[in-house]
Design a protein around this ligand. Structure first.
Ligand code: ACO
Length: 446
């Protein structure tokens, strides 16, 4: 972006028919006008600081709780047009990637900006596959978790603990170190997820099998019992791979904003990723898929859907898996997921909760409350049904989101680190608390 213009009084272009890429603001407190550059339909918040009544003042700020209308970075990773329902990674439509790519190839694309050549893909797959094992000591502290510990809690702690094993991870401005930690993170996240799951079952851990694909090996580590060689079902392996592609990145969502914010302090990528997983855990973000299943079970039957929708409309409850900060149209991932759901149900039998979900969607898409607010199913509305049919317990649903999102988080973290404009993330506030007060000893307080 260009450097900010300094404050000027309002001036018209020589030829007033030629539009200027600037915004003129008149401060009615002083009558002064300011001309501020517009780049990419955006003004720089820092340009507002010149607007002040008294030169000693701090200057004007913009107030935007929850970043509703604030761009925090310039990014080349993921594009979303929420009104049109478009999602692209590095320019490639999500529909194309879901149909033609694999998760590992998509992860490479997100991280490197281009699709890999055959030799690059071979090399990338080799390195990720050869970083899937975890240190034996990690098993010891996984064992310390209670049998009913939520696997997201185990994931957050265990990913953070990786920083205690890999001291070279602190060297964040070394491209070589970042590459190494990327192999480790993408390689080990499924192993830690699977080990967390096995721990909750009290089952022995299953070590990675390097001959299997990324999703195939994950299924192996989750579900293998006595068979000497686990052979993943091709339909489930493919479904999981597509789900991983769909969840790989989603521009500046809550957890990505978290990894950028935490990473801006220059902490190692394991600690920053743990923070992102914590953000994802919340029911308004990646925890929503788990909440959708609770909701569908609570509704219990198609007949009870209209009553439930009434409660949603009075604000008593939310229709989980509906609505999105950015999408004001059908989430393109939800469309693909619906398709995948039927492939999985054909193999595993239809999930009995599907009918309730479809009825919720049917009513909601016709109802004025949802239409007016542009509330459509998001990625989480159908994923839970698929995961449940595949044999996953509900607590594993957000984990299944965290595994593929790791590639997007790392791509965004690296972009943030290498962006010369970025600094430690540190928002301002509007202080409306008390002015100076003097300390009152405890025996003199009412
Ligand atoms: N059910 C009922 N009403 C809703 C829902 C919903 N799921 N989502 C939004 N609304 C209503 C709000 O009450 C608000 O109504 P109002 O204008 O009368 O006050 C209006 O729609 C706008 O909603 P906001 O809360 O302002 O939208 P915001 O962008 O802040 O929130 C969010 C987005 C958090 C996703 C929200 O839609 C939600 O809570 N959905 C349910 C949880 C969910 O599915 N999360 C997963 C999101 S996708 C992801 O993270 C992977």
């Amino acid at each position: 972006m260009d450097s900010p213009l300094s404050a000027t009084t309002t001036r018209m272009s020589e030829d007033s028919t030629v539009p200027r890429e600037t915004l003129t603001i008149t401060d009615n407190r002083t009558g002064k006008s300011y001309e501020i550059p517009i780049n990419h339909d955006t003004i720089r918040a820092a340009d507002l600081r010149q607007i002040k009544v008294d030169p000693k003042e701090f200057g004007m700020m913009s107030y935007d709780p929850a970043f509703n209308n604030t761009a925090s970075c310039i990014s080349k990773v993921t594009f979303i047009d929420g009104d049109a329902g478009i999602l692209r990674y590095r320019g490639y439509p999500i529909e194309d990637l879901a149909e033609k790519s694999t998760y590992l190839e998509t992860a490479y694309l997100l991280l490197n900006g281009e699709l890999p050549t055959p030799s690059q893909l071979k090399d990338w797959t080799y390195h990720v596959t050869h970083h899937t094992f975890i240190h034996e000591s990690i098993k010891k502290f996984l064992d310390g978790f209670h049998y009913d510990a939520h696997p997201m809690g185990m994931m957050i702690s265990t990913i953070a603990a990786l920083s205690t094993f890999y001291h070279d991870a602190k060297d964040i401005f070394s491209a070589e170190s970042r590459q190494k930690q990327t192999y480790r993170l993408i390689g080990k996240v499924p192993t830690i997820a699977a080990f967390s799951y096995r721990h909750t079952l009290g089952m022995p851990f299953v070590y990675p099998d390097n001959e299997l694909s990324y999703p195939g090996n994950f299924l192996n580590m989750l579900f293998r019992t006595t068979e000497p060689k686990y052979r993943p079902n091709a339909t489930l392996e493919h479904a999981l791979d597509v789900l991983f592609i769909l969840h790989a990145d989603h521009e500046q969502n809550c957890s990505t904003n978290t990894i950028r914010g935490v990473g801006s302090s220059h902490v190692d990528p394991y600690s920053a990723t743990a923070a992102a997983i914590a953000a994802l855990y919340g029911p308004l973000h990646g925890g929503a898929n788990e909440e959708v299943l609770h909701m569908l079970m609570q509704i219990g039957s198609i007949q009870k859907v209209p009553d439930f929708i009434k409660r949603v409309k009075t604000g008593e409850v939310k229709l989980m898996g509906f609505g999105h900060r950015v999408y004001k149209n059908y989430d393109p991932r939800a469309r693909i997921i619906k398709h995948i759901a039927y492939e999985v149900f054909e193999l595993m039998g239809k999930n009995p909760l599907l009918e309730i979900a479809l009825e919720c969607e049917r009513i909601a898409l016709e109802d004025e409350y949802f239409v007016k607010r542009k509330l459509y199913p998001n990625v989480d509305f159908y994923t839970g049904l698929i995961y449940q049919s595949m044999g996953f317990p509900m607590t594993m649903f957000p984990v299944l989101f965290a595994i593929p999102r790791t590639s997007g988080w790392i791509a965004q973290w690296e972009e943030m680190l290498l962006d010369p404009e970025q600094k430690i993330a540190r928002p301002r506030q509007i202080y409306l608390g008390h002015n100076t007060r003097h300390y009152v000893p405890i025996d003199q307080r009412n």
